[in-house]
Design a protein around this ligand. Sequence first.
Ligand SMILES: C[S@@+](CC[C@H](N)C(=O)[O-])C[C@H]1O[C@@H](n2cnc3c(N)ncnc32)[C@H](O)[C@@H]1O
Length: 217
Amino acid sequence: MTMKEVFPGVFKVGKKLYTVNMAPGKKVYGEKLVRQQGKEFREWTPERSKLAAAISNNLRHFPFVKDAKILYLGASTGTTVSHVSDICTEGIVYAIEFSERVFHSLLELAKTRKNIVPLMADARKFERYQWVEEVDVIFVDVAQPDETYIAMRNAAEFLKKGGILMISIKSQSIDVTKKSRHVYEQEKQKLEKDYEILELIDLEPFEKNHALLTAKN
Ligand SMILES: C[S@@+](CC[C@H](N)C(=O)[O-])C[C@H]1O[C@@H](n2cnc3c(N)ncnc32)[C@H](O)[C@@H]1O
């Protein structure tokens, strides 16, 4: 079957998602590599990436265009960052991660991809990466109780007017006593005053108790 482009740089065959590998021959997290139409595609697994899970669940707003500048908070070893790097080939991904343990893998990944800038920093202390330019997209996946606050503080500092803020909400990190959809609603309300809410996508069955909230500055 041939690849169908569902968003620029994002391809689908059946239910499987793919991006074009920027570093041919190299896998990032054990994903499958597929050759077709003279290109190498990497499978993008929704069980491993919340952005892929949101696309699989019919995300409508996808701001990761070819030349987008992105600030990614909570990069971990770079699973999702690597696919964003495949898509935004002429853009740049500032990837923030505070855990030294996983940062090492992120550094290794950045060596093979020219558009990833790995930064070991706490997303709560953005003064440490104050020099980062204004960006088109901020993607937040830090799984912290004050995640929305972290997202809003970074957005006030780095997101351009009309830019997109995406927050992966893990309801269990915010309030285990509340039903997930109540937590999603509560986090959405925090944003509503300053941002236009574009969509809220539940990430089940790929990620339990997670949703992806997208808002416009
Ligand atoms: C759920 S994982 C991210 C997975 C990753 N986004 C992906 O899809 O491949 C959350 C990451 O956020 C990092 N993190 C949590 N709080 C942070 C903070 N305040 N500043 C920077 N990184 C943080 C954790 O160390 C962890 O690696």
